[in-house]
Design a protein around this ligand. Structure first.
Ligand code: MF3
Ligand code: CO
Length: 249
């Protein structure tokens, strides 16, 4: 059963997601050639702690870090390490917290210094596909309307959407029903209702959609070694349309 959130619960989810948005915004300034992904992880953790929020990923199914840092052909769940970001890389930063019992979750992909036009285009289209999906998150629409809008945007640009990982409902748990694929058909799936909170998160590959998990058990990479980008927002469906919780305002 899908749980519709009460207005006061949505405000708690907003507070949690605001902390996530703040962390991602501060990380934006830190991402430069020479920084290690471990430093980014530490920085994110410190800000969350200052706000009284608990990093949501640490310990989740045994994940050992607070931030996911996915570089170039890494799709999602890249693990912070001593690896140094270098000019021309792209890096996905995925962060979540739990604050006053409610989860927040969002992700951005950033260029490191000057990157190729191809990489920039991939980042742009991925973010655009997220907003196309969010635009469909209206009371009375179907889940498939979100999925189809993401997929159409991505494939029109010549890219592919990852199948093996999906978005999700979010609230008192990091992952709640429903699963939100980034591919599908308009008009299919459950009916969307005001009071639902959804984490929509397209993972977009430059080449083929096929991915594999590295032997560390976490890092997801493209099978063909080409680039991948990822954006995520947590949004509430309201009578006035989608309300993006994980943004600064
Ligand atoms: N944003 C991702 C998700 O919603 C991050 C999860 S990483 C994990 O699934 F470590 F928590 F699994
Ligand atoms: Co998520």
């Amino acid at each position: 059963m899908l749980i519709l959130k009460l207005p006061e619960e949505i405000e708690k989810a907003r507070a949690s997601n605001y902390i996530v948005a703040e962390v991602l915004s501060k990380l934006r300034e830190k991402v430069k050639p020479g920084v290690t992904t471990r430093e980014l992880d530490k920085f994110a953790e410190e800000i969350a702690e200052k706000r009284g929020a608990k990093p949501a990923f640490k310990g989740y199914r045994g994940y050992p870090h607070s931030l996911c840092t996915s570089i170039n052909d890494q799709v999602v769940h890249g693990m912070p390490s001593a690896r140094v970001l270098k000019e021309g890389d792209i890096v996905g930063l995925d962060f979540g917290v739990c604050y006053k019992g409610f989860f927040g979750d969002a992700s951005i992909t950033l260029p490191v210094g000057d990157v190729s036009l191809e990489a920039l285009k991939l980042i742009e289209v991925t973010e655009e596909s997220l907003y196309a999906g969010i635009k469909q998150a209206n009371d009375g629409n179907r889940l498939g309307d979100i999925s189809a809008a993401v997929q159409l945007t991505v494939e029109a640009a010549g890219y592919s959407v990852v199948r093996d990982f999906v978005g999700h409902g979010i609230g008192r748990n990091l992952h709640e029903e429903p699963q939100i694929p980034n591919f599908g058909k308009k008009g299919r799936g459950i009916e969307l209702k005001s009071g639902m909170i959804l984490a929509i998160e397209p993972m977009v590959n430059q080449g083929d959609y096929k991915v594999k998990v590295l032997s560390d058990g976490w890092t997801v990479v493209t099978q063909d070694g080409k680039l991948s980008a990822h954006f995520e927002h947590s949004i509430a469906i309201t009578d006035n349309g989608p309300d993006i919780l994980s943004k600064l305002r």
